[in-house]
Design a protein around this ligand. Structure first.
Ligand SMILES: C[S@@+](CC[C@H](N)C(=O)[O-])C[C@H]1O[C@@H](n2cnc3c(N)ncnc32)[C@H](O)[C@@H]1O
Length: 215
């Protein structure tokens, strides 16, 4: 299958060749139900849905969890909300478009829902901290999880523990970002190493960036 990660004129955690590498990995596992932890502006979410639709038609699900930090409280703000001051773009046209014309916080449920509108019957977006919301989610049916949310040691370990409880022995996939030297976060690497060692799990390093765990 020909796969091309599209940027949808937004910010993404998977820039340049990384988007295509991610999609190739995802398509190798032929998934139907995907969870993304850390949605950011929804670009990877949209690309995941585009791929799931190609593979399964309308028979797929995507769930995305993110803090979606400032959506609620800033909505009614009449003056320029804080998130717009903090929402920086290297492209000046994007700055004008999103911060001055649309006044849109790209890391918000409203904005990501708009980007995923085509798939509204198949998706669910959840606002909250994974340290609490993951425990309330039914994780039994996911084939593929992209772990790219909080990057502290404690959050990565907590997320992995909760995910693994429901996925253990099912040969499902947890793909973790920011493990290898191409996008290195030491706390993430340590948490993943400690977790896989404790549970005797094999880990594959993908393109010196992602850690892939089969449960
Ligand atoms: C690196 S970005 C995700 C990038 C996205 N996967 C992509 O490919 O474009 C990390 C995201 O995780 C979210 N996040 C950070 N800590 C979190 C937590 N404890 N629970 C849920 N989301 C969290 C942030 O709000 C941010 O949007």
């Amino acid at each position: 299958m020909q796969l091309k990660y599209k940027s949808y004129w937004r910010k993404s955690g998977l820039k340049g060749r990384w988007g295509n590498i991610f999609l190739e990995r995802l398509s190798n596992h032929n998934p139907k139900n995907v969870l993304e932890i850390g949605v950011f502006c929804g670009v990877t979410a949209r690309n995941i849905c585009d791929l799931l639709y190609k593979i399964n038609g309308k028979n797929f699900s995507y769930i995305g969890v993110d803090l979606f930090g400032s959506d609620q409280s800033e909505k009614k703000d009449e003056i320029k909300p804080k998130f717009l001051k903090d929402q920086k773009f290297s492209n000046p046209l994007k700055n004008i478009y999103y911060n001055y014309i649309l006044k849109e916080n790209l890391n918000s449920i409203d904005s990501v829902s708009k980007l995923l509108k085509k798939y509204s019957g198949n998706i669910k977006l959840i606002a909250g901290d994974t340290n609490t919301v993951l425990k309330e989610l039914d994780l039994q049916n996911f084939d593929f999880i992209f772990l790219d949310g909080g990057h502290s040691y404690q959050t990565v370990i907590n997320d992995l523990k909760i995910l693994y409880e429901s996925m253990k022995g099912k040969k499902k996939v947890i793909l973790c970002d920011d493990y290898g030297k191409e996008s290195y976060i030491p706390e993430v690497e340590k948490a993943i190493n400690d977790f896989t060692k404790e549970n005797n799990l094999k880990l594959d390093l993908i393109e010196n960036r992602f850690a892939e765990i089969i449960t």
